[in-house]
Design a protein around this ligand. Structure first.
Ligand SMILES: NC(=O)c1ccc[n+]([C@@H]2O[C@H](COP(=O)([O-])OP(=O)(O)OC[C@H]3O[C@@H](n4cnc5c(N)ncnc54)[C@H](O)[C@@H]3O)[C@@H](O)[C@H]2O)c1
Length: 444
């Protein structure tokens, strides 16, 4: 039985707190793609196929995902955002130095028209940044109210039928769950009393969910990953997902580790280091922001290489992650991984991975896919945590007590089966015994 899916009529507004490298690469990219000046490489919603039915079906069915599920058309998207700097999206994209001048020039008019709204910002949560394009109010509740006004005004000015918000702001300092985060009531009291436990990303998430706008978190800070906001999301029928876009080094890790685990190879150590020189790197140069990122990056191997389940293979696994701010490289991150592994009878081996990647080029299609899939979830009335979008995150949010899945192949299967489920198609388990049973029946 298929779920009732509302058609994606009219305009979808995509709002990003943070109009930095990732957000401007995403927006400029979509504008360029609309004009035929670029291709949406790396986006599952635009270029991915999905297999349906049986492999014996005459016309082996593998439609494009965007032809299978009703997704928003790229031509009917309006972009908006907030930042602590007043630069419009064109100037911010030039500063980010990800997309070249020739391509940016082709979308200059549209990009220049995107002016950031004043941000909700608190330097206590991002120590290495200073900006003056920020809202002023006496309480955090008033700040949330101002954000809700922005959301409503944007919806009206751009004639949007629906909105989605994707956090593309800087990584905030490491914050532990506290009593303030535990219920809607304690959180709202905290907003009124200016609790130091409430970060700007939580205020954006609160405003978004209050306005019925789905929210995704591209950074590792908590934002919507607190009981109070999850409760509010379910109460208000709003879809949410997080945390931390899975892009360069961690993407590679969750591709390679499942393969090694599948062959029951042992791993003693996984050392990861990288250099990057963009503003994100500058923010992560502060130890308290780095700690948030480190926790997120370290979490992926425990699920794929479980030491408790396989002590003989992984009990000594030493996992180390470094990030080094190195301005000459800008957004073009270079990462190195050294994996110390062992095989039959304990004989030792090594693998070295050197990935010369581009952070925002890998992150931009994730912003697009998350926005389109969250909008789909919302139109299907799927509220609360959308675990099927784990595929896009380093630290997938799950129901309390549920271990996240990090293996990218399992994440993809979950995502595809969710799409099949939404559209009333048979789920694909890859069991495939029926083909051979049918063959045996035919054999005399
Ligand atoms: N690029 C990647 O591969 C990648 C991967 C995973 C996660 N991320 C995360 O995505 C986020 C964006 O990355 P980026 O490379 O675009 O960084 P960036 O520094 O270029 O952009 C972030 C922007 O957010 C703004 N900002 C900070 N606090 C804000 C607030 N409270 N309200 C509004 N704006 C605020 C900053 O001024 C900045 O312009 C970071 O948190 C980063 O850690 C990026």
């Amino acid at each position: 039985m298929s779920i009732q899916v509302q058609e994606p009529k009219g305009t979808l507004g995509i709002l990003t707190p943070g109009l930095g490298a990732v957000a401007t690469t995403f927006i400029a990219g979509v504008l360029a793609i609309r004009k035929g000046a670029g291709s949406p490489v790396g986006s599952l919603t635009q270029l991915g196929n999905i297999r349906l039915g049986k492999r014996t079906e005459g016309d082996f069915r593998q439609p494009l995902i965007k032809d299978f599920v009703p997704l928003q058309d790229l031509d009917a998207i309006a972009f908006g955002g907030w930042d602590i700097f007043e630069d419009n999206a064109y100037d911010a994209a030039v500063k980010a130095d990800v997309i070249n001048a020739q391509m940016l020039d082709q979308v200059k008019t549209e990009l220049s028209a995107i002016k950031p709204m004043k941000a909700v910002f608190d330097k206590q949560f991002v120590k290495n940044l200073d900006g003056d394009w920020v809202k002023k109010a006496t309480t955090k509740m008033e700040l949330a109210g101002l954000l809700m006004d922005d959301i409503r005004n944007f919806r009206e000015q751009h004639n949007c039928d629906r909105l989605v918000m994707v956090w593309c702001g800087s990584t905030e300092v490491f914050t532990e769950l506290s009593a303030t985060h535990q219920s809607i009531e304690s959180f709202e009291n905290g907003l009124r009393e200016n609790s130091a436990d409430i970060s700007p990303s939580m205020i954006y998430a609160y405003a978004s969910i209050k306005c019925g706008v789905p929210f995704a978190n591209g950074a590792p800070n908590l934002a919507c990953d607190i009981p109070a906001l999850l409760e509010l999301a379910v109460l208000n029928n709003v879809a949410v997902a997080g945390k931390d876009f899975k892009t360069g080094q961690t993407l590679m890790k969750t591709i390679v580790a499942p393969g090694l685990a599948a062959r029951a190879l042992g791993i003693k150590g996984w050392f990861s280091t990288n250099i990057l020189g963009n503003r994100d790197g500058e923010v992560l140069d502060d130890p308290s922001s780095f700690k948030t990122k480190e926790v997120s990056k370290l979490s992926v191997l425990k699920d794929i290489l479980p030491p408790d389940l396989h002590p003989e293979l992984y009990k000594d696994l030493y996992h180390k992650v470094n990030i080094n701010y190195y301005p000459p490289r800008g957004d073009n991150k270079e990462s190195w991984d050294n994996i110390d592994l062992f095989g039959w009878l304990g004989y030792e081996m090594q693998i070295k991975i050197n990935f010369l990647c581009r952070d925002s080029i890998l992150a931009a299609p994730i912003v697009l896919d998350l926005a389109l899939f969250l909008d789909l979830a919302q139109r299907c009335r799927m509220s609360g945590i959308q675990e099927w979008l784990s595929f896009y995150f380093k630290s997938p949010q799950t129901a309390p007590g549920l271990n996240p899945i990090h293996d990218i192949f399992k994440q993809l299967m979950k995502l595809e089966n969710t799409l099949r489920h939404i559209m009333g198609e048979d789920l694909i388990t890859h069991l495939g015994l029926d083909y051979y049973e049918a063959l045996a029946e035919k054999t005399p």
